[in-house]
Design a protein around this ligand. Structure first.
Ligand code: PGA
Length: 254
């Protein structure tokens, strides 16, 4: 059985490396004996130089974004190639907070390709802003998927992770939590689109995550009934004890 992928997106927290180290140490200490989970911590890029080189077997590290060119006159950007050199395994692409700042699916597509080329695993985020009564959010998700995955090779699908993150369920301003049933419905829908695009065999290999207000109380239900291979956790991933509890739920899933 494949390990559950539990990803902690720290966003733009914490402010110092010392604080970041403290959280990583506390999580690693409790995670050592887990066999059925793959924990991934995704801190701000500035801390990756430190954590990426640690070669810790306990948790993997990821980046929150990556630029598609290897190097050049691109002020402020960090390339996928640079991150790969640090030992980073995963890169979140197209998070809704980046899309809010202007990132399009066309940009996400270039980034997915660059991350794959650099030998890392892209975690492509898709999700509707709101749920209209006429179900048009299905078209929205389909369009995001199709545009973000243009030109991806079938053979690369086994390295791809797709995270369904309904924007209305993310963060402290969330309208409400999504339900495992909603996650299940969308995971079936997403796999159907992937299957239309790449064929059923290749589509099966894509790992899927649910993200948006995942916490210690609902993680187990999403993992058990949400039709996903793991979860993408925001706020609660920065509180070591809570993230460990979520990892524990995944480890002890029957
Ligand atoms: P949240 O964030 O868990 O704080 O809602 C999730 C995310 O944005 O990935």
């Amino acid at each position: 059985m494949q390990k559950k992928l539990i990803v902690g997106n720290w966003k733009m927290h914490p402010v110092t490396l010392a604080e970041a180290k403290k959280i990583v140490t506390a999580i690693s200490a409790k995670t050592e004996k887990f066999k059925k989970v793959s924990p991934v911590i995704v801190p701000p890029a500035i801390y990756l130089e430190h954590f990426g080189r640690q070669k810790s077997r306990i948790v993997d590290f990821g980046a929150q974004d990556a630029f598609w060119e290897t190097e050049g006159a691109f002020t402020g950007e960090v390339s996928a190639a640079m991150l790969a050199k640090l030992g980073i395994k995963y890169v979140i692409i197209g998070h809704s907070e980046r899309r809010e700042m202007g990132e399009t699916s066309q940009i996400a597509n270039k980034k997915v390709k660059a991350v794959l080329k650099a030998g890392m695993t892209p975690i492509l985020c898709v999700g509707e802003r709101a749920r209209e009564d006429d179900h048009s959010y299905h078209h929205y998700i389909e369009a995001e998927l199709r545009a973000s995955l243009v030109g991806i090779k079938k053979a690369d699908l086994k390295k791809l992770v797709v995270a369904y993150e309904p924007v209305w369920a993310i963060g402290t301003k969330a309208a409400r939590e999504a339900t495992p049933a909603e996650s299940l419905e969308m995971s079936i829908f997403i796999r159907k689109i992937l299957s239309d695009m790449f064929g059923a065999e290749a589509a099966k290999k894509v790992r899927m995550l649910y993200g948006g207000s995942v916490n210690t109380k609902n993680a187990e239900a999403f993992l058990a009934d949400g039709g996903v291979d793991g979860v993408l956790v925001g706020r609660e991933s920065r509180i070591a004890q809570k993230f460990v509890q979520i990892l524990y739920s995944a480890e002890h899933l029957s």
